[in-house]
Design a protein around this ligand. Structure first.
Ligand code: NAD
Length: 491
C-alpha cells in the first residue's frame, strides 16, 4: 500500500496557513500516478493577504534598507538551509517532478551554488554609481553638480515560476530579489508547488524578516491574475509559456508594472562538418532528452549538413536505443523519466502525429513504452528529414522529441536556426572554436553553447523574440530587480 500523502501549508507573513476556503488538492507522482502531497488551493483573498504582507514588509520593514552584507548573509543562510534539507528536496524533485538522477546536478546542486553566487554579487554590485562631475549654468549662475545613479530595490515582486526545473527557476528569482532588497509573493505552478513550500521552510529558519517571502499555491489561474493586476505589486517575474506570458504582460500593463518574461524555446544545435558524428551522437542527442525534454533551452532541432544527415540519424538512434533507459526516476539508472501529466503527454503525442502527417521520417520512439503501464512515459523520439516549416520544427513540444533537419551550407544553417518565432538558446558542435564563435554571434538567441558548455552561475539568461523579455542571472539579475534613481547635489 502507498504511504499516506503528506499535507503541506502555505506561507504568508511568516506564518503557515491553509487556504481560507479550506480547499486542497492532491499532486500525483508522474511516474506512479499515486498522490505525493496535499496542498492548499488558495483563493484570490489569500493572494491579496500575501500581497498585503509583502507590501507592508517593503514599505515599513527593515529589509529594503538592509546592507549588502546583511543580504549576503541571509542568502548564504538560505543556501545552507537547502544544503541541510537536500535529501528532502531530492525526494520531492523525484516524486513530484519526475526528476532523474542524471539531472540532479542542475536541479539541486547548481541552485545552492547559485544562491551563494547571488550573495557574492550582492557584495560586488554597485548600488551607488558616482557619475562625472558637471559644471552647469543654473538660474542663479554657474553651479558644479555631483550626481549618482542609485539602485533601489524594485519593490514588491510577484513571482510566477514553473515546475520543470523548479528549484533552479525559483532561485533565479529569489536570489537577485533578496540581493537587491525586494519583498515577494511566489505563486508556484499548480503542477508543482512543493519546492517553493520547502523553500519557505528554509526561509523560516533564516533571519529574513516575516513578510518578505510569501508563497500562495492553488490550481486556479485567478491567483496569477490577482498578482499581475494588483496595484500593490511593482514587478512580475514570470516563467512559462508564450501564450500565458502575453496575457501576463497585457494585464500588468494596466498598472505599468515592470515585467520580466522567461518563456519557451525551439532551439537549434548546428553540427559543423568537422564534428565527429560517431563520438558526437550523444552530444547531439542528449541535450534534448534531459528531464524528458521538458526544458525551455533544449536543442530540439538538430541541424546537420545534407551529406551527413543519414549518418548522424543512424548514430543518434543507436545511441538512444542503447543508452536512454526509460523508467522510474527513483531508479538511479534511469535516463528518461515521465512527463509531468497525462494531458501534457497527449499534447506531445499530437505533435508526433503531426510530424508523421507532414511527412517527417519517424526513426525511433513515438509511442508509450509497453512495459510501463503506470506513469506518463513516452519513448525518446527522433524525426529525420524534417523541414523547418513543419509544426514539429516550429512549435515547442516540451517532450522527448528531436527533429533532425538537413542544411546546405553554413549560411543555410544559420538561416534555419533563426527561422523561428522563438530565440532562447542555440548550440554549435565543432572543434573549431573560432568558427563556432563567429556563427554564435549570428544566432538571434539569448544564449549559445559551444559543444554544450554552459555557465549557469554568472551568465545572463533570457530570450530574444517571443522567448521573453529581460535577463536573469549574474549582475543582469540584480539590474532586473532594481529601480535606478538619479540623485544630484551641489558639489
Ligand atoms: P504555463 O504558461 O502553462 O503556466 C505558467 C504559470 O502561469 C502557471 O503557474 C499558471 O498557473 C500561471 N497562469 C496561468 N494563466 C495565468 C494568467 N492569466 N496570469 C498569470 N498567471 C497565469 O507554462 P507551464 O506549462 O507551466 O511551463 C512550461 C513553459 O515554461 C514552457 O513553454 C517552457 O519553455 C517555459 N519555461 C521557460 C523557462 C525560461 O527560463 N525561459 C524556464 C522553464 C520553463
Amino acid at each position: 500500500m502507498a504511504a499516506p500523502a503528506h499535507s503541506y501549508r502555505m506561507y504568508i507573513d511568516g506564518k503557515w496557513t491553509d487556504a481560507s476556503s479550506g480547499a486542497t488538492y492532491a499532486l500525483p507522482n508522474p511516474a506512479t500516478e499515486e498522490s505525493v502531497g496535499i496542498v492548499p488551493d488558495a483563493t484570490r483573498e489569500d493572494m491579496q493577504r500575501a500581497i498585503g504582507a509583502a507590501r507592508k514588509a517593503f514599505d515599513e520593514g527593515p529589509w529594503p534598507k538592509s546592507t549588502p552584507q546583511e543580504r549576503a548573509r541571509v542568502l548564504n543562510q538560505i543556501a545552507d538551509g537547502i544544503e541541510r534539507r537536500k535529501e528532502k528536496f531530492r525526494e520531492v524533485l523525484i516524486a513530484a517532478h519526475g526528476v532523474e538522477y542524471l539531472t540532479h546536478q542542475v536541479q539541486l546542486e547548481v541552485p545552492i551554488t547559485l544562491l551563494r553566487t547571488y550573495a557574492e554579487l550582492a557584495l560586488r554590485f554597485e548600488f551607488e554609481q558616482l557619475l562625472p562631475i558637471q559644471s552647469v549654468q543654473g538660474p542663479m549662475g554657474p553651479m558644479v553638480v555631483s550626481s549618482m545613479a542609485y539602485h533601489q530595490p524594485v519593490g514588491v515582486c510577484g513571482m510566477i515560476p514553473t515546475w520543470n526545473f523548479p528549484l533552479f527557476v525559483s532561485v533565479q528569482k529569489l536570489g537577485p530579489a533578496l540581493a537587491t532588497g525586494c519583498s515577494m509573493v511566489f505563486k508556484p505552478s499548480p503542477l508543482g508547488p512543493l519546492i517553493d513550500l520547502l523553500l519557505a521552510e528554509v526561509v523560516e529558519e533564516s533571519d529574513l524578516p516575516a513578510g518578505v517571502y510569501n508563497v500562495v499555491c492553488g490550481e486556479s489561474a485567478e491567483l496569477g491574475i490577482e498578482l499581475t493586476e494588483s496595484p500593490y505589486v511593482d514587478k512580475i517575474s514570470f516563467t512559462g509559456s508564450v501564450s500565458t506570458g502575453k496575457r501576463v504582460m497585457e494585464a500588468a500593463s494596466r498598472t505599468l508594472k515592470r515585467v520580466h518574461l522567461e518563456l519557451g524555446g525551439k532551439s537549434a544545435a548546428i553540427i559543423l562538418d568537422d564534428y565527429d558524428l560517431r563520438a558526437g551522437a550523444p552530444g547531439a542527442a542528449s541535450p534534448a532528452y534531459f528531464h524528458a525534454g521538458q526544458g525551455c533551452a533544449m536543442h530540439t532541432r538538430v541541424l546537420v549538413s545534407r551529406e551527413r544527415h543519414d549518418e548522424l540519424v543512424e548514430n543518434m538512434s543507436g545511441f538512444v536505443k542503447s543508452f536512454v533507459k526509460i523508467g522510474d526516476p527513483a531508479d538511479p539508472k534511469t535516463i528518461l523519466g515521465p512527463v509531468i501529466r497525462g494531458e501534457r503527454r497527449e499534447s506531445i503525442e499530437r505533435y508526433i502525429e503531426s510530424g508523421r502527417e507532414q511527412g517527417a521520417d519517424l526513426v525511433c520512439g513515438g509511442g508509450r513504452p509497453a512495459e510501463l503501464s503506470k506513469g506518463y512515459f513516452l519513448e525518446p523520439t527522433i524525426f529525420a528529414n524534417v523541414k523547418n516549416d513543419m509544426k514539429i520544427a516550429q512549435e515547442e513540444i516540451f517532450g522527448p522529441v528531436v527533429s533532425v533537419i538537413p542544411f546546405e551550407d553554413e549560411d543555410d544553417a544559420v538561416r534555419i536556426a533563426n527561422d523561428s518565432s522563438y530565440g532562447l538558446s542555440g548550440g554549435i558542435l565543432s572543434n573549431d572554436t573560432t568558427r563556432a564563435l563567429a556563427i554564435a554571434k549570428r544566432l538571434r538567441t539569448g544564449g549559445v553553447t559551444i559543444n554544450n558548455a554552459n555557465n549557469l552561475l554568472y551568465s545572463p539568461f533570457g530570450g530574444f523574440k517571443e522567448s521573453g523579455i529581460g535577463r536573469e542571472g549574474g549582475m543582469w539579475g540584480l539590474h532586473e530587480y532594481s529601480e535606478v534613481q538619479a540623485i544630484s547635489w551641489k558639489a
